[in-house]
Design a protein around this ligand. Structure first.
Ligand code: GRF
Length: 212
């Protein structure tokens, strides 16, 4: 991937956020975006499932929502095309996957490649996949964390934008560890997404640089 994206100037950047669950990372973005100086607004929140707290957080903030369930589509590629079309209708500057538990496909990446970030609760390239905090515990690492990366066609494998570390403490279970990760993950997400849209960025292979 090789791409230069300029800063969004003279207007708030448009963020579309995709979620599948509780949405505390989404909430951190909604709270930040309430400040004009943040330079971005959440223009829509989408999900692959209904009846989740993430969608209710968006509704409480007055942000439009949409749901596309894989099971309602004949083929996975049809789902991917529908998600792509709906996201495109909101004309996003950046798409943020914040606890979105589905892999997006060729149509989506063809349309938004280099403009989609995902947050993952591990220090990439360790522990890709859905069970990262449990995998870190099982492996016995003493430090783990969270990674913000540009989505490519791999699993949690795209160019890294930012990382934060947290200790694994004696007595941790998956809940205590994941909560410790998420506390730092939310700060990283808000800070880094804000910088990406306010300052612009360049992706050159695996290297990402924020700013001019
Ligand atoms: C985050 O740790 C994210 O990295 C992972 O799922 C969690 C979502 O948390 N994929 P929340 O829904 O934002 O509270």
């Amino acid at each position: 991937m090789s791409l230069t994206v300029g800063p969004v100037a003279d207007r708030p950047a448009r963020l579309v956020v995709l979620v599948s669950g509780t949405g505390t990372n989404l909430q951190a973005l909604l709270d930040a975006a309430a400040e004009p100086a943040y330079g971005a607004q959440v223009v829509a929140v989408g999900s692959d499932r209904g009846d989740i707290e993430g969608l209710r957080r968006a509704e409480r903030a007055g942000v439009p929502t949409f749901v596309h369930r894989v099971a309602d589509h004949g083929a996975r590629a049809d789902w991917d095309r529908d998600v792509t079309a709906t996201v495109r209708s909101y004309d996003p500057d950046l798409v943020v996957l914040a606890g979105f538990m589905k892999l997006l496909g060729a149509a989506f990446l063809g349309c938004f490649g280099g403009r989609v970030v995902n947050t993952h609760p591990a220090l990439s390239p360790s522990f890709p996949g859905m069970r990262a905090p449990q995998d870190a515990l099982d492996y016995g690492v003493r430090v783990t964390g969270a990674t913000l990366f540009f989505v490519d066609d791999g699993v949690d494998a795209g160019p890294i934008v930012a990382q934060v570390s947290v200790p694994v403490l004696d007595g941790d279970d998956v809940e205590t560890l994941h909560e410790r990760i998420k506390t730092r993950e939310r700060v990283m997400l808000v800070e880094t997404v804000g910088r990406l849209v306010r300052e612009g960025y360049r992706i050159d292979g695996r290297k990402v640089e924020i700013g001019p």
